[in-house]
Design a protein around this ligand. Sequence first.
Ligand SMILES: Cc1ncc(COP(=O)(O)O)c(C=O)c1O
Length: 411
Amino acid sequence: MNERRPPAGEGLSAGPRSSDGPGDSTRAVHAGERERAHRHGDAITTPIFQTSTYTFDDSEQVRAYQEGRLPRDEYGRYGNPTWRAVERKLAALEGGDDAVLFASGMCAATTMFLALLPQGSHLVVTSDCYRRTRQFIRQYLTKLGVETTVIEPADTQKLADALRPETKLFFTESPTNPYLRVIDIAEAARVCHARGVQVVIDSTFASPVNQCALSYGADLVIHSATKYLSGHNDLLAGCAIGPAPMIGTLRDAVGVMGGILDPHAAWLLLRGLKTLGLRMARHNENGLRIARWLEAHPKVRRLWYPGLPSHPDHAIAAATMRGFGGVVTFEIDSDFDGAQRFVDAVRIPYIGPSLGGVESLIELPATMSYWDLSRDERYALGITDSLVRLSLGVEDGEDLIADLAQALERA
Ligand SMILES: Cc1ncc(COP(=O)(O)O)c(C=O)c1O
């Protein structure tokens, strides 16, 4: 008689990351799906639960569910088994208790702010953050009487000075966009926690492969899962990962506000996540190699990549990150027209916004994210005419270098 194999996959999903636990790719492939309790019909993949509602056998079942005696789903805005597989995988990758999905990265950020900030509270954010996040803070949080202080990234003294008795959150990206500033999260958490302030990190540019912010003392991590996590430029999604009570608060909030992820997009995200370790290794390799090559090129005036000693935060990046990602920001030694000629001449990267997908993307922030600002306003934010943001995909490094070399000749 065939002996049944012992249940596989136990221990792949839970708890904080440790150096003797499973590696990134093992977690990325198996966590959240491998345990017997999470398998459906013995299929190797998790199905797409394409349903809006869930049915009950009888009134006793309804009662048991309402009283918390029967964990199950009720309605598609509150839960979905495909989501939960993704959420378990994300929690395992970031080393958090639990995770929750959202319809987009912006939805993760806006739901988080609305759920965690009381009326009349105070928020500290870094200046170098995604433009729409700053717009939400300026345009909508002010309506709730939330005041915000903006500080330069990587300045812990300014952070300490900015905290007030009513400060509830410190929010920053790390690395930031577009200058890839890297925050000393442990130091920020020390300063904030001493004053009862929570630290939320948008870790989109790092991915859990390059940095687990929770392990440095952050209270919550959010991502635009549109980027590295899904990795194929084919969906929008967001997520938050952290302690169970905080994630419970955010799960309730998204159930009320309604910015939930479609089950099919959740499944695509689940599929994309399985190759996160492999993809990040190539993004990191292309990023470091091409940043070094570009920095030495006579047509590049200045370059920002945290993996290089020229970056202002290289020391903290080298100490706290396991890789530096695929985004390289640089200024061409040319004017606006020259920068446009360069971008128009590249053949492998597509011209487009976003980052973190398998296809390389290139953009001039002046004509893309910041197109509607005057030149003076842009320059005040450090967005010059010849600034380029390059998100390196997983193509072969030598092909990308050859392509950039011929395009730089046109600048
Ligand atoms: C760092 C960062 N956070 C959040 C977002 C918003 O994410 P989404 O486009 O998925 O709404 C972006 C988008 O570019 C981003 O770059």
